[in-house]
Design a protein around this ligand. Sequence first.
Ligand code: SAM
Length: 290
Amino acid sequence: MKEIASPTRTKMLLEKYGFTFKKSLGQNFLVDSNILRAQVEAAALDKTTGVIEVGPGIGALTEQLAIRAGRVVAFEIDQRLIPILEESLRPYDNVHIIHQDVLKADLEQVVKTYLRGLDKLKVVANLPYYVTTPILLHFIESGLRFEHIVVMVQKEVADRLTATAGSKDYGSLTVFVQYYTEPELIKVVPKTVFVPRPQVDSALVKLSLRKEPPVQVVDEDLFFKTVRACFAQRRKTLLNNLLHQLVGKERKRELVQVLHELDIDPSRRGETLTIAEFARLANGLQNLVG
Ligand code: SAM
């Protein structure tokens, strides 16, 4: 039998079940075995690895995960795909499909129930683009020890995840993700490898979870509040954003003094600060905020 990802098998399965794509659910199915191979190779799977997948669709990626990993749990929100997956993935006894919105899932419980006893934990998925950021945050904030998160995202999101300070793509998402993970661009992927074709190019990215944050932060909550404040209005200076979003206008003199002591120029824009500088800034703001 041909791979599920092959264009003929995909067409056959879709026609047999009379499946029609829902754009609102980000349904663009991958029909290119080479891209799938690049993705599973980047994930470096073996039989001691448990994988969580989001949005198996008709199972193109799930099949490749099942062949290489110890066990796969896949969340699919669309009820209409469940009978198709039952047929396409029948040969694999190490796959469990959960019909649920992944954002509503208790990931810790799912890992305990279905991936117990496996040495490593990874996330591998071709994400629905309308909900990319919440899904990435859901996995990162779960606190679960995923080794890697290897995902297909919009090219534009990949640019934001891998951006460096000072570039137009650098923002609070960049800082959040790079605080917890080391992102790597694996491959830019053209629209042509999906049915139906999405309107944007895609990219495969690998986020390797850090064992320790790259910088020392005294209060993580204040660190992320500081980052968000600095990016609130990109054209405003650091000083103005901090005054309006975090510190309060009446404390301008104290804020200028703190920035001076930290050797951070108040007229800089948030997007020029490195993660180390954001950490220095947030630690320095401790006595002024809160
Ligand atoms: N994995 C398949 C592939 O590579 O061909 C399909 C990927 S398609 C880009 C995204 C999939 O995510 C669709 O099957 C869609 O129904 C599913 N999906 C959308 N929102 C979801 C959510 N909140 N939770 C779980 N699955 C979701």
